[in-house]
Each structure stands twice: as structure tokens, then as C-alpha cells.
Design a protein around this ligand. Structure first.
Ligand code: NAD
Length: 258
């Protein structure tokens, strides 16, 4: 028996990275997975491989959410779970951040999560209840210089998670957030997307950085975040709602003076 047998779960930003690992794990645990992304070729290919449905969904576009939900209901008749995973990162000093860049990050990370909850929660309620997992960040619970827009949106996602949990509990929908530290995906390690980059050198530089920064001495793996998202999407977390769950190798625990 899988932990998600027969449940229909939509995962945004699932064509690669953490979302991809969530799609793989959820499918292996018996879910009917819906992979939603703007990377259509990659998403279609992954969907074929894991036996999922692919839908094109720009999370910042309300009409895309409506079309995606219609496609899922046409295919499976209902939705039991949502993982709001899609996100983007931009590096900039706050005072140098163009308004358009700030708003772009807001539109994807924060408006995307809002629209996901707004559009999908009524479907989960109609299915008799279920789960929503929002992807915040380590940067949703503490400051991080040079990623001000991102940090603002991730704090907002923690807030949205708490409010959604309060408002949706009576509808049998549990809402939690994952707060990953540094995870080895294209977001933290852009060399993964650059054919000209020396992948070995980039990996060594990351190892060096996180050996010093993170108590557990390494960057996290997207598979590790997927296991947390599975816990929060399954009956294993049946009495848990409204909480941010940090998965960061101890980074947020504090600082060491030696
Ligand atoms: P990633 O860049 O590999 O994956 C992000 C995915 O989101 C991609 O598939 C991308 O196409 C998709 N996406 C981007 N904009 C979209 C949009 N408008 N609509 C739909 N899909 C869109 O990075 P990742 O690490 O897998 O990121 C997943 C989530 O984890 C993000 O929310 C990110 O902010 C969060 N996160 C990542 C880290 C990290 O260190 N990698 C740490 C904390 C939180």
C-alpha cells in the first residue's frame, strides 16, 4: 500500500528540481500526480515517465489555474491535494531592485500560492478534504541579504499558510509549509542549467560553501524535501496544520562562535 493510494495531487513547478522529486515520490506512493509547470517539454517528458498528467500552468495567471483545474477534473474527476512548489529567485540589493523585478517575484511566488489556494481549495473540499503544502523557505523565517523580494514572498507564504489553515480546517483541509534551506537544484546551483559550466567545479564550490555554513555540513537534496512534502500530504501528519517545517541541515538553529 502506498501512502497516497488513489489520491489526486497537483504539484506546481514539477518539471524539475524539488517538484520533480515530489512528483516521482508521490507517484511511487500511489498518487495520481498532476505535473504543472511552464517548462512544457520537460514536464511532458517527466509525466510520461512517471505515468502522470501534465498541464501547462503559469501560477501567476488566474485563467491558467482555472484551465488546469478543469483538465484535472476531466481526467480524474476530483483533486485531493496541492503542492504549491513553483518559485523563482532574483539576486539584487534592495535599493537596486527594479520595481518590475520585485513584482515579478511577487507574482510567481506569492500571488501563485494565493491563486493555488483560492482555486484548488474548493475542489479539495468537494472531494471530502485533503492537504495543501506550500513551499516557503529558510528565507521565510529569517532575513537573507541580496534576495529581498524573494525573502518577502517567502515570509508571506508562511503567513498565507497560517491563515489558510485556520480558514480551511473546518473543510477538512490541512495546510502546512515546507521551509527548505539550501537544496541542490538549479535554483541554488545554476551550473546545472549551463552546458558550458564545469559541473564538478561548481559542485566542489557548493560543497565548500555549505560545509562552513550548515551544521550538517552539506547542501540538501531535493529528494529529502520531497519526503517532507509526502509526510505533510499523507495521513502520517493527520493532526498537523498551519505550521512551517524547516528542512535545512540545522542552518537556522543559530550561529557557532568557533
Ligand atoms: P527550480 O528552479 O529547479 O524549480 C522551480 C520550478 O518552478 C521549475 O520547474 C520552473 O519552471 C517552475 N516555475 C517557475 N516559474 C513558474 C511559473 N510562473 N509557473 C509555474 N511554474 C514555474 O528550483 P527548486 O529548488 O526546485 O524550487 C522549488 C521551490 O523550492 C521554489 O518555490 C523555491 O523558491 C523553493 N526553495 C528552493 C530552495 C533551494 O535552495 N533550491 C530553498 C528554499 C526554497
Amino acid at each position: 500500500m502506498g501512502k497516497l493510494d488513489g489520491r489526486v495531487v497537483l504539484i506546481t513547478g514539477a518539471a524539475r528540481g524539488q517538484g520533480e522529486q515530489e512528483a516521482r515520490l508521490f507517484a511511487a506512493e500511489g498518487a495520481k500526480v498532476v505535473i504543472a509547470d511552464v517548462l512544457d517539454d520537460q514536464g511532458e517528458e517527466l509525466a510520461k515517465e512517471v505515468g502522470a498528467l501534465y498541464v501547462h500552468l503559469d501560477v501567476g495567471e488566474e485563467s491558467d489555474w482555472q484551465s488546469a483545474v478543469a483538465a484535472v477534473k476531466h481526467a480524474y474527476g476530483r483533486i485531493d491535494g496541492l503542492v504549491n512548489n513553483a518559485g523563482i529567485l532574483r539576486f539584487n540589493e534592495l535599493v537596486s531592485t527594479p520595481l518590475a523585478e520585485f513584482q515579478q517575484v511577487l507574482q510567481v511566488n506569492q500571488v501563485g500560492v494565493f491563486l493555488g489556494i483560492k482555486t484548488v481549495a474548493p475542489e479539495i473540499e468537494a472531494a471530502g478534504g485533503g492537504t495543501i503544502v506550500n513551499t516557503a523557505s529558510y528565507a521565510g523565517l529569517t532575513g537573507m541579504a541580496w534576495v529581498g523580494a524573494y525573502t518577502a514572498t517567502k515570509h508571506a507564504i508562511v503567513g498565507l499558510t497560517r491563515v489558510a489553515a485556520l480558514e480551511l480546517a473546518a473543510k477538512k483541509i490541512r495546510v502546512n509549509a515546507v521551509c527548505p534551506g539550501a537544496i541542490d537544484t538549479a535554483m541554488s546551483n545554476p551550473a546545472q542549467l549551463d552546458p558550458a559550466a564545469n559541473a564538478e567545479e561548481a559542485a566542489q564550490a557548493l560543497d565548500e560553501l555549505y560545509r562552513k555554513l550548515v551544521p550538517l555540513g552539506r547542501i540538501g537534496r531535493p529528494e529529502e524535501v520531497a519526503r517532507l512534502a509526502l509526510f505533510l500530504s499523507s495521513e502520517d501528519s493527520s493532526y498537523i496544520t498551519g505550521q512551517p517545517f524547516v528542512i535545512d541541515g540545522g542552518w537556522l538553529a543559530g550561529v557557532s562562535v568557533v
